[in-house]
Design a protein around this ligand. Structure first.
Ligand code: 4AD
Ligand code: MG
Length: 429
């Protein structure tokens, strides 16, 4: 019977069979060490002449990094370390070789590792990141599923733009011109009118020619949309959501966060309510430290860092100038020229992780905005129907999974937060 490394703690004293890959080897005199990984964990195995079969020692000589192995042995507690287990090997079989594995424990440059991403995923650090990503994805689903939201995923092929035309990925849909989805939001507004509280969660595409630590070409976004929520309700939902994700990940993925040497004190304080800043206040804050910034402009990555550095919790910036926001944003009737959009900036300089706000519900205003943004009204015929037939105030937001994973893991770049990143300048492997 085959066992998994993650179950060894309950099998002390028993003989087990493990299948996996050689992670590391080491010899010292009569004792040989073989670290095996099987996807559920990594365990040290010890070969001791007289205790194991002689053939195992011979096979050991041919074991190289990442060759496939099958072992049997007895599980025991580590002589010195608490909660660490090891296997005293009886047999060792080589199932498949791995000559000259390109990634050795020494330091490699990022380009080399990215070129070998399909193999890089086998390292301890990458295991930790991907497990945390999985936890975050599960937390996202549980949060909305537990609050009466219905999952209504949006299409990826879309005939029109949602977030402006500058970064649309054009593709063909038989003989028609189509785009890859920049956001499921417009479709969610339709399902919100049908089901009230809805969300979608899927891949999103932005043809952004920017090589920053925050930008991917293909990323995953979760977007809730709630009928009759205003911008303030929207911020409350967003802060509860972010608190839930962070606190749950800390609780369930402590081991992985430790592998990444994450400063947990920075995550422990991520609790709602989060501070809220009007754009004008935020802009003045930026202007003091960045003389080139003009009030009225959108914030760049460095500007976001200036704002977020003042707080130990994430901070909402709301009421952006209409000109820097998408066509669907509602203008605040009390503050003409300002959109009821609210973005959430993460702590420690991780920048915007949420973009969202209240949607324009007046058909006349929306038609004017569509024209002003040089969009074609005919593309939005169905969207305008949502205002024609029972218009309603509604709000929502989008949270980028990769930026959230980078923030929670404390990673310097989003490229390690997704198994196979699509970046400007990299689409292999
Ligand atoms: O601010 P954005 O563009 O908002 C929208 O798309 C809205 N339609 C969402 C909504 O209201 N339903 O994107 C939302 C989030 C950003 O805050 C960021 O976390 C992430 O998506 N994001 C990216 N992540 C990685 N790479 C990129 N190129 C990203 N662009 C946006
Ligand atoms: Mg945004």
């Amino acid at each position: 019977m085959r066992h998994y490394i993650s179950d060894l703690k309950d099998l002390v004293g028993q003989t087990v069979e493990l299948k996996g890959w050689a992670y590391n080897t080491r010899s010292s005199g009569k004792v040989k060490f073989l670290e095996i990984r099987d996807g559920t964990g990594i365990v040290p195995c010890i070969l001791f002449k007289g205790e194991c079969e002689d053939s195992a020692l011979e096979v050991f000589e041919g074991v190289t990094q990442e060759c496939t192995v099958k072992v049997t042995g007895v599980v025991r507690k580590h002589p010195k370390q608490e909660n660490v287990f090891e296997v005293g090997l009886k047999t060792l079989e080589l199932l498949a070789p791995s000559p000259n594995y390109p990634i050795s424990p020494k330091d490699h440059g990022t380009d080399f590792l990215m070129e070998n991403r399909h193999l890089w995923l086998r390292s301890r650090r990458q295991h930790a990141i991907l497990r945390i990503r999985h936890e975050i994805v599960q937390a996202v689903r549980d949060f909305f599923d537990g609050r009466g939201f219905t999952l209504t995923d949006a299409p990826i092929f879309t005939p029109s733009a949602c977030e402006g035309t500058s970064n649309l990925f054009e593709t063909k849909y038989f003989d028609e011109k189509m785009y890859l989805s920049q956001s499921g939001q417009l479709y969610l507004e339709a399902t919100a009118a049908a089901l009230g509280k809805v969300y979608c969660f899927g891949p999103t595409f932005r043809a952004e020619k920017s090589k920053t630590r925050r930008h991917l070409i293909e990323f995953w976004m979760v977007e809730p949309e709630v009928a009759f929520n205003d911008m303030y309700d929207n911020m409350e939902l967003a802060e509860q959501f972010v608190e839930y994700i962070v606190q749950r990940t800390m609780k369930n993925r402590a081991e992985e966060l430790k592998v990444l040497e994450r400063d947990l004190s920075k995550l422990a304080v991520i609790k709602a309510p989060f501070p809220r800043l009007h754009y004008t206040e935020a802009a003045q804050m930026v202007k003091k430290e960045n003389a080139e910034f003009n009030i009225g402009d959108d914030f760049g990555g460095a500007d976001e860092t200036i704002i977020s550095s003042k707080y130990e919790r994430p901070v909402f910036v709301h009421h952006y100038p209409q000109a820097v926001k998408a066509f669907y944003m509602k203008e605040d009737p009390k503050e003409p020229g300002f959109a009821m959009g609210c973005d959430l900036l993460a702590t420690e300089g991780y920048g915007e992780i949420i973009g969202g706000g209240q949607r324009e519900e007046s058909i006349e205003k929306l038609m004017t905005k569509i024209k002003e943004h040089n969009l074609r009204e005919e593309d939005f015929k169905w969207y305008l129907d949502l205002r024609r037939y029972g218009s309603f105030p509604h709000s929502g937001f989008g949270l980028g999974i990769e930026r959230t994973v980078a923030w929670i893991c404390g990673l310097p770049h989003v490229r390690e937060t997704i198994p196979f990143p699509r970046l400007y300048g990299r689409s292999y492997p």
